[in-house]
Design a protein around this ligand. Structure first.
Ligand SMILES: [Zn+2]
Length: 306
């Protein structure tokens, strides 16, 4: 039999009873057990043989996560299901087959169920999404796990906060615009972690370096996943910037590309436009001191170069 999902099989008999079986040309003519009865029997058996389970949804279909049980429990459950059908009365051969269709997804590896070491239900309030911890984007806090949908719609503030200055986690779920709106600017550079010999950057060292340069808050953002490499970028907070050789803190009032380099125009956090501005590079080294006309003063640099 073809591996149709448990959900589809249940839906097919949902209160309508007689429906042609789409695959294999088989028609169920005498299936009397309605959807609720099927579900009740399947759940009864689950309660009895699987000590702990989660019944949720994944990709729009019902999905069962088996917890605290193994293949032996599942085999015992199927054996019991067959026995109960055998003792049952009034169920035709076709009914038996149809019922086994409900149980059979539990017999073969399919997308309809999985063990708890690979799947878990989202901890979000009122969320029944089943997360594949290997395949799905998710947020794993120390004791909870949240699906992408919940992070985007309900827990984005906590998620973002957890990303700040964290070398062990990088953003995979929030849009770049979201990060910019939190008062961050994106650095032009990108970094890579690769299994292949060559350039490999260490997120922990990178955060340390950015802090030493004078950036106060850093958030990493995953740019691309390759087969053997991950590329990421960094967003930095646009205020509380420290500049070596200058007192106080600074904030960004402008960004510009100049000769292929990303430059920032900084104003002093206490003195504002009463004091001279600075133009600095991505590493916060000073490109131009004593700036009074914004990026226009870069012309002074050109003159000096000639
Ligand atoms: Zn969720």
């Amino acid at each position: 039999m073809s591996p149709t999902s448990l959900h589809q099989r249940m839906m097919r008999n949902n209160g309508r009873g007689l429906e042609p079986w789409p695959e294999g040309g088989m028609t169920v003519e005498h299936f009397e057990m309605d959807f609720d009865a099927q579900l009740k029997l399947a759940l009864d058996l689950l309660e009895e043989f699987i000590p702990d389970y989660q019944l949720g949804e994944r990709d729009g279909s019902k999905f069962l996560v088996v917890c605290g049980a193994g293949w032996k429990n599942i085999e015992a459950m199927v054996a019991e299901a067959r026995k109960r059908l055998g003792e049952d009365n009034g169920l035709s051969q076709a009914d038996h087959i149809a019922f086994e269709e409900i149980i059979s997804p539990l017999l073969s590896w399919s997308s309809d169920w999985g063990f708890e070491d690979n799947y878990t239900m989202c901890y979000g309030d009122n969320c029944k999404n089943i997360i594949s911890t290997n395949e799905d984007s998710h947020w794993n806090t120390e004791c909870e796990i949240f699906c992408e949908e919940c992070v985007r719609t309900k827990y984005h503030e906590d998620y973002f906060e957890a990303l700040v200055n964290n070398p062990n986690n990088a953003n995979t779920m929030l849009d770049e615009d979201y990060i910019l709106k939190q008062g961050y600017v994106k650095l032009d550079d990108e970094w890579r972690a690769s299994f292949v010999e060559g350039r490999t950057d260490n997120p922990e060292k990178l955060i340390k370096k950015l802090h030493e340069q004078g950036w106060d808050s850093v958030v990493f953002h995953i740019e691309d996943y390759g087969p053997f490499a991950i590329g990421w970028s960094a967003f930095v907070k646009n205020d509380n910037i420290r500049i070596e050789g200058h007192v106080g803190k600074w904030y960004i009032i402008g960004t510009q590309e100049h000769k292929g380099k990303q430059l920032f125009l900084l104003e002093h956090q206490t003195y504002g436009d009463d004091a001279a501005s600075l133009i600095v590079g991505q590493d916060l080294n000073i490109v131009l001191n004593d700036v009074w006309n914004g990026f226009d003063d870069l012309d002074l640099l050109e003159l000096a170069d000639e």
